[in-house]
Ligand binder design. Structure first.
Ligand SMILES: NC(=O)c1ccc[n+]([C@@H]2O[C@H](COP(=O)([O-])OP(=O)(O)OC[C@H]3O[C@@H](n4cnc5c(N)ncnc54)[C@H](OP(=O)(O)O)[C@@H]3O)[C@@H](O)[C@H]2O)c1
Length: 454
């Protein structure tokens, strides 16, 4: 089935695209970074050409300050419906939000815009499925309701019944591919106040910052109006399971995965540890990496050197002084010193340096799983600065969340040498055929690392 994923590079959309791809569907990613603009309509009909189903997991951004978020969402919803009709797409699946119809939210313009979007979809004459989701657990990590400052975390007092975005993606693909279209309302198994969820997350990460709860902008966010409505489908994990998944092996760690022998460049921690256990909630691994993630530091270093030279990353990686740190066949860790040029005025890591470490580590890992002759072009990233530190080096640990033919998603967390989490991030890559120069580099990489698969 040909599935167009609108907003296919976003938090939900990237998981939808990867899952549909894994299930063998022909996936088209629609986003501005893929040349499609929902607000202006640019490229919409063309991208939908031949699609059986469109899944709208977008969150449209206004082009400039002259347009409100409300107008951007409304206009995008209508443009998408018109384009689906014109391109003769059979079914449209819309990701919406549970409970938005309640009068509690009449004064919240984003929810009013989502109501309009639902209405436009229902009036389209297409086969329609509206999937209304409760707030996501990921809301605790980066959302407008949570503010991570250096000395405290300020959290609006929302009362929610959160669901993991991975479960949301599964439902969207399920509804897109089932025989008859129908609506669905989904939520997680436990109600929790957002400040409490953040407090438990910080505790699990050994993060000492206090959580300061503040009023939510409307009483409806706090009074239970957002909890799962009657008849909602309840999907795990619960609070403890989700936190374990975010703070287990996938989370930043100071200890090396498999430490570097001291005779290799850029290493010297000594000691070894075996492969990491899979924590509860760890996302499904790739169907089979095209080029397995290295299991030894020696192989990691050889591939890293070839990658830098082949892709022309030497200047950036020299500036960051980033180098292989550890690997275990599933994840990779790179280390970046707290060099003077990488510090901000307070002597801590500059934000750009932390982003750079996450980006380079994620890109290198993604390179291991894309088809030979392809380069993982970053289409979207989201990075949440959790904390900062004067304790170097920083360790960036990357894991593949999904590895499909058309999209690769990696999560990269950065910690200081003491294991304190500094930043968490997600990168979405689109594998693109490499330029000649890159192929040359890849060829060298494979030559230099006998035993790796072509
Ligand atoms: N967060 C929650 O708890 C929650 C709960 C229920 C439902 N939802 C709904 O889930 C949906 C997705 O949210 P999300 O957090 O996954 O969004 P997100 O991470 O911000 O991703 C937004 C996606 O939309 C694309 N996009 C933005 N502006 C665009 C434009 N003008 N034209 C084309 N594409 C555009 C982005 O790609 P480019 O930047 O490349 O264009 C990206 O792929 C939203 O509709 C939200 O209401 C969220």
């Amino acid at each position: 089935m040909r599935i167009a994923v609108v907003g296919g590079t976003g938090t939900a959309g990237s998981r939808v695209a990867a899952l549909a791809d894994e299930q063998g569907h022909d996936v088209v990613v629609m986003a501005r970074s893929a040349g499609v603009n929902l607000v202006t309509g640019e490229g919409l009909v063309e991208a939908l050409d031949g699609a059986d189903v469109a899944i709208d997991a977008s969150s449209p951004t206004p082009p400039d300050a002259s347009m409100s978020r409300f107008d951007a969402v409304v206009r995008s919803g209508r443009n998408l419906v018109e384009a689906c009709v014109e391109a003769e797409v059979r079914r449209l699946v819309l990701l919406s939000i549970a409970n938005i119809e309640k009068p509690d939210f009449d004064a919240f313009s984003y929810y009013v815009a989502k109501r309009d979007q639902e209405e436009a979809v229902r009036d389209s004459g297409l086969e329609v499925s509206v999937v209304r989701s409760a707030q996501w657990f990921e809301f605790a990590e980066h959302s407008s309701a949570v503010d991570y400052a250096e000395d405290r975390v300020t959290v609006q007092d929302w009362y929610v019944q959160p669901i993991a975005v991975a479960s949301v993606a599964e439902v969207l693909v399920r509804e897109a591919t089932r025989r008859r279209a129908r609506d669905a309302t989904i939520a997680g198994p436990e109600a929790v106040r957002l400040p409490e969820l953040v407090r438990r997350l910080l505790l699990a990460r050994h993060d000492p910052r206090p959580v300061v709860a503040v009023d939510a902008p409307l009483p409806g966010f706090a009074n239970g109006a957002l909890l799962a409505p009657a008849g909602a489908e309840i999907l795990g994990p619960g609070v403890a399971g989700w936190i374990a998944g975010r703070t287990g092996a996938g989370a930043p760690r100071a200890a090396p995965l498999r430490a570097a022998p001291s005779n290799l460049p850029g290493t010297g921690d000594g000691g070894t540890s075996g492969p990491l256990p899979e924590p509860p909630g760890t996302p499904a691994r790739a169907k089979g990496p095209r080029m397995p993630v290295p299991t030894s530091l020696e192989e990691f270093v050889i591939r890293w050197d070839a990658f830098r030279a082949g892709i022309g990353f030497e200047e950036i990686t020299d500036t960051l002084a980033i180098e292989p740190h550890a690997c275990d066949g599933a994840s990779l860790a790179m280390r970046m010193p707290l060099a003077a040029r990488l510090r901000q005025a307070g002597g801590m890591f500059a934000a750009t340096a932390l982003f750079g470490a996450a980006d380079v580590t994620g890109t290198f890992l993604a390179m291991q799983v894309v088809e030979p002759g392809h380069f993982p072009l970053a289409a979207q990233s989201s990075l949440n600065f959790i904390d900062n530190s004067r304790v170097g080096p920083a360790i960036a640990t990357a894991r593949i969340v999904r590895a499909g033919r058309t999209i690769v998603v990696a999560s990269v967390d950065v910690a200081d040498a003491g294991g304190k989490v500094l930043a968490t991030s997600t990168f979405t890559y689109v594998p693109m055929p490499s330029a000649g120069r890159d192929r040359e580099g890849e060829g060298r990489a494979q030559e230099a690392a006998p035993g790796t698969q072509a």
